[in-house]
Design a protein around this ligand. Structure first.
Ligand code: BTN
Length: 346
């Protein structure tokens, strides 16, 4: 009921009588009063005036937690099963545990802090409290296991689009490649293939997808897509300085719960398109438009032999198409090889 009260007070922007709240939620005045007292404890500024009712004064966008997230989520189905933790080891680890216990398709696991946040290649993901977004989406798609890696790109697209929508398309007027802005509409947020979100040439978000196969059928039992977005200004660990960026470095305040809703809403639409075609054919154009590597020189660190070429976008299955000097187009597989920009981070 707390999130529904907040949603209603936010929508109205004026006093809502206790009587109306009682009738709407089918509870007593005392129950409404108690819920409002809890909301105040959560950090919401609610004014109660006799004969007028309750008013949400300043929409406390710094508040983060189950109630706030529930009140912001506007998706059709993803995130309707929400698990929120003030602190957990890792939302991916938690998601896998919940999946084993039967948590449904589309569950979303969010934490304010992770004590053992996980990055790719066995690295740690620094996850301090109170400033960033850490969440995992649990999915149970009926697709072949070899298609699962494409979902990481689907999520990357959703995150990039959500950040752009949240910050405004020309937010910060910084170009994603680190050069000075040439026009007010130059994109500030881009994707470094396959799934890093970069702003101003630095990484703002990482995505870690993990898969569990059913032993008998060899089909996907579930997969978890974990997303970490740097939101608040912060001191990054030394090894990340110059390579990491937070959204609030190029914008004003960003509400983590609104950003989460923007990501999940975008993902829901892209995921439906992906499931329909079982590939990235419908999303390729949008993905390529945000690809910071596109048209740039890249070095492919292929264990079979390194080579250089110009990145030409992705193919229907998400591999990066790299055109070598002699005009040959090679498909580069994520995971097997690493792509480095010749100039700078991207
Ligand atoms: C990367 O190394 O780029 C991937 C980082 C993924 C971090 C997120 S934070 C939420 C989820 N839980 C984790 O432990 N990791 C992912």
């Amino acid at each position: 009921m707390k999130s529904r009260i907040i949603t209603l007070l936010r929508q109205r922007g004026t006093y809502v009588s206790g009587q109306e709240l009682c009738e709407k939620f089918g509870v007593s005045r005392t129950a409404v009063w108690k819920a409002v007292e809890q909301l105040k404890k959560d950090g919401y500024q609610i004014e109660a005036v006799k004969n007028r009712g309750y008013l949400l004064k300043e929409d406390a966008t710094r508040v983060f937690g189950r109630t706030e997230i529930e009140s912001r989520i506007k998706t059709q189905w993803i995130g309707h099963d929400l698990y929120y933790y003030d602190s957990t080891s890792s939302t991916n680890v938690q998601a896998k545990k919940l999946a084993e216990e039967g948590a449904p398709d589309g569950s979303v696991i969010v934490a304010d802090q992770q004590s053992a946040g996980r990055g790719r290649r066995g690295r740690a993901w620094a996850s301090p409290a109170g400033m960033n977004l850490y969440f995992t989406v649990l999915l149970r798609p009926t697709i072949a296991p070899d298609k699962a890696s494409m979902l990481t790109l689907v999520m990357a697209l959703a995150v990039a689009i959500a950040i752009r929508r949240t910050l405004g398309d020309d937010a910060g007027m910084a170009r994603h490649d680190g050069e000075a802005a040439k026009s007010a509409t130059a994109p500030a947020v881009g994707i470094k293939w396959p799934n890093d979100i970069v702003m101003d040439g630095r990484k703002a978000c990482g995505i870690l997808t993990e898969l569990s196969l059913s032993v008998e059928q060899g089909s996907i039992d579930y997969l978890v897509i974990g997303v970490g977005i740097n939101v608040g200004r912060q001191e990054f660990p030394e090894e990340l300085q110059g390579h990491a960026i937070a959204l609030e470095e190029i914008s004003g305040h960003v509400s983590r719960s609104e950003l989460l809703n923007a990501v999940l809403s975008a993902f829901e639409g892209y995921y439906a398109a992906f499931l329909a075609s079982q590939d990235l054919s419908c999303l390729k154009k949008e993905y390529d438009a945000l690809l910071v590597n596109a048209g740039r020189q890249v070095r492919v660190l292929d264990p079979k032999g390194e080579f250089e070429g110009i990145a030409r976008g992705i193919c229907d299955t998400g591999e990066l198409i790299v055109e070598t000097q002699d005009g040959e187009k090679k498909n580069v597989y994520a995971g097997e090889v690493s792509v480095r920009g010749i100039y700078g981070y991207v």
